[in-house]
Design a protein around this ligand. Sequence first.
Ligand code: SF4
Ligand code: SF4
Length: 109
Amino acid sequence: MSYLTYLNCTVNSCANNKGEKCCRPNIYVGGKSAVSFSHASCGSYTSSDRAGAATNSVFDGVYKKPNEALNISCDATECKYNALNMCNAEKISIRNGSNGAECGSFQMK
Ligand code: SF4
Ligand code: SF4
């Protein structure tokens, strides 16, 4: 099963971010044992330093167009929006947190 989730992301230090949207077609959120949003973090985060350093790489020039909605795979199975390791929320927010780019929409089952 695949879901499309509207995503707002305020992690401006990520190379995939443009105007608080994610340019990737999909993201992975990690946090197998997450019991709060601070433990569910975006594993697709890419430092913009790395983007600047990339000259002739595959990375350079891809993921430049912001997506309103995307597929999100997620390991935080304690979250009520987690359905067989996919996020089925209509909309989520990724934001800067104590452990990186955290999912601010995490809710315990
Ligand atoms: S932190 Fe994650 S959701 Fe946000 S722009 Fe980067 S890859 Fe996309
Ligand atoms: S809302 Fe829940 S299932 Fe969706 S990405 Fe965030 S932690 Fe994962």
